[in-house]
Design a protein around this ligand. Sequence first.
Ligand code: SF4
Length: 98
Amino acid sequence: MSAVVYIGPVGWRRSAACRSADPELFFPVSSDGPSRAQEDQAKAVCRSCAVRRACLQYALAANEVYGVWGGMAEGERRLAIRAARDLAAPPAARGLSG
Ligand code: SF4
């Protein structure tokens, strides 16, 4: 049995700049070669998006694994999550004395 996690309303999607963009741009098959250009194009759309912050918050909360969300690619989101987790760790766990 899996848990159901409420991640909030997603009304921000109505104002998404990517609504009129090619969805394939946002889900490149890799981060190399031609896919890299797709990812860059997707991020350019995100830079003009009025709901970028809400989109990124949603993706992080929902643990969206694939695609560009809120201007960040998969690997970038993983690094952001890891950095936030490290910052939330107690000082001793980070190698800092209290
Ligand atoms: S930030 Fe990017 S992926 Fe998110 S809604 Fe805006 S354009 Fe779409």
